[in-house]
Design a protein around this ligand. Structure first.
Ligand SMILES: Cc1cc2nc3c(=O)[nH]c(=O)nc-3n(C[C@H](O)[C@H](O)[C@H](O)COP(=O)(O)OP(=O)(O)OC[C@H]3O[C@@H](n4cnc5c(N)ncnc54)[C@H](O)[C@@H]3O)c2cc1C
Length: 418
């Protein structure tokens, strides 16, 4: 029947369970809530898009191991700067956009999903008890498990601030300098950020291959530009050397590490930060049929599961956890969140009205990257090739490593209209 604004309401309601309340998960939850309330969704880029004709009663439950949204892109800075750390973790209950009866939060870890009965098993952090959540649609957006110092290991904001404080102390107390091991995107950003925050500190980046970013599908000139900028910013870079031994040396007043490189060269340092561990998919809650050989969720271009699991059409995967082309990026995760929301909305409408769903299909993602390298940003895209400048830093990351850009794009600061 029509509501005050003339929008029709469907007769049934739906439960949507979103695993992971980060870029992908929040983008999906918020865009879906917009559509269900009869509005054009917040990420819609078509200015002529029409709002949906129907309202759909929804309950969206977001489950996350963390108690809030953490701006992961800023991790190299937030772990090394307490003031910034505080700005990059917002508890879900403090996010204005989520203050709506549509949303419900559980802090906990999903341990198993039964796609056949559409039930998720969750270890609730607060009660330390197992609970189950029934759903009509599931969105898996729980990303990759990353070790410290690539990502913080805390699950509560208060603990995260302590974790950052401890790391800052270690960085400050490293009188013999800091070595970052691993010249992938994270190691490079970590080294550059430490040099900007602590210009007096000697920062060395060691990479086992002769080229930075050796495991990324990126052209040589981009890797060379990144190397040039690091050196301009006085980060020492050692290429083509594997660290074969790390030994603690007792210097009397502080702990020092002696590193031995493959060619026998030795160096001492006050702190070793490893950026080489492979991040592992968090998909262990799903049956192997849903996953590819890397543990990523197999999807169709509609983002629905494509593996041989029951009710695949009611299960969606987004963000880093989805097996899709391109370098894993937060922009990609948010885009996938939008499409998952639009496709779930179409699927719900089809169930209620019998209309044929019109799905958004994801295109292949090209290899693209933006690296924050202290004052400058280096960007690669197939259309424009390699570019790097201070202006680009402003465009790509703003003044806060992209935190405001992501926050504003998701409109997290806007309470939902009544
Ligand atoms: C240091 C660093 C710098 C980066 N820089 C950039 C950059 O400059 N630009 C860019 O585009 N991308 C960057 N990335 C990549 C980007 O951060 C990821 O692509 C993005 O975070 C993916 O978002 P997501 O929503 O898929 O997953 P994630 O952001 O990984 O979030 C997953 C969420 O799921 C939760 N979770 C995990 N397991 C469970 C479970 N079992 N139950 C419940 N909850 C669970 C986690 O707590 C987390 O909140 C960077 C990544 C890192 C680590």
């Amino acid at each position: 029947m029509p509501s005050n604004d003339g929008v029709l309401a469907v007769a049934r309601s739906f439960r949507v369970l979103v695993i992971g309340g980060s870029y992908g998960g929040l983008a999906a939850a918020l865009n879906l809530s917009d559509l269900a309330r009869g509005r054009v969704c917040r990420f819609e880029s078509n200015p002529d898009a029409k709002p949906p004709q129907y309202r759909i009663p929804l309950q969206i439950t977001v489950v996350d191991e963390r108690d809030g949204y953490f701006h992961l892109i800023g991790a190299p800075k937030s772990l090394a700067c307490e003031k910034y750390a505080s700005d990059t973790w917002t508890r879900f209950k403090d996010i204005p956009a989520l203050r709506s009866p549509d949303f419900n939060f559980i802090q906990g870890s999903v341990s198993k999903v039964d796609c056949g009965s559409k039930i998720a098993h969750i270890l609730d952090t607060e009660t330390q008890e197992n609970r189950t959540e029934k759903y009509d649609y599931l969105i898996a957006g729980s990303g990759l498990r990353r070790v410290f110092p690539v990502a913080p290991q805390s699950f509560r904001r208060a603990d995260f601030l302590e974790e950052a404080k401890k790391h800052v102390e270690n960085v400050r107390n490293a009188t013999e300098g800091i070595v970052v091991v691993g010249g992938g995107a994270v190691g490079i950003e970590m080294a550059a950020e430490l040099k900007i925050l602590y210009p007096e500190q000697k920062i060395t980046l060691i990479h086992s291959r002769s080229r930075l970013l050796s495991s990324e599908d990126l052209p040589d000139d981009f890797a060379e530009r990144a190397l040039e900028i690091l050196r301009e910013e006085n980060v020492e870079v050692i290429l083509g050397q594997r660290v074969v031994d790390t030994t603690a040396v007792d210097s009397g007043k502080e702990r020092i590490w002696r590193l031995t490189l493959a060619d026998g060269q030795q160096l001492t340092t006050g702190l070793v930060l490893s950026a080489i561990s492979r991040s592992v998919p968090t998909s262990t809650y799903l049956s192997p049929e849903a996953l590819n050989e890397e543990g990523l969720i197999k999807i169709r271009p509609s983002l629905q599961f494509s593996g041989d699991v029951p009710n695949a059409e009611h299960h969606f995967a987004i963000g880093d956890l989805a097996a899709w082309s391109g370098i894993k990026r937060c922009g990609g995760a948010m885009h996938m969140g939008q499409y998952a929301a639009q496709n779930i909305h179409q699927h719900m409408l089809a169930e209620c009205t019998g209309e044929k769903p019109e799905f958004k299909n994801l295109n292949a993602f090209p290899a693209m990257i933006g690296l924050a390298l202290g004052k400058k940003c280096a960007v690669y895209s197939p259309d424009e090739g390699t570019r790097a400048s201070e202006d680009l830093m402003d465009v790509m990351f703003g003044k806060d490593m992209g935190s405001s850009i992501c926050w504003n794009y998701m409109r997290l600061g806007h309470p939902p209209p009544a």
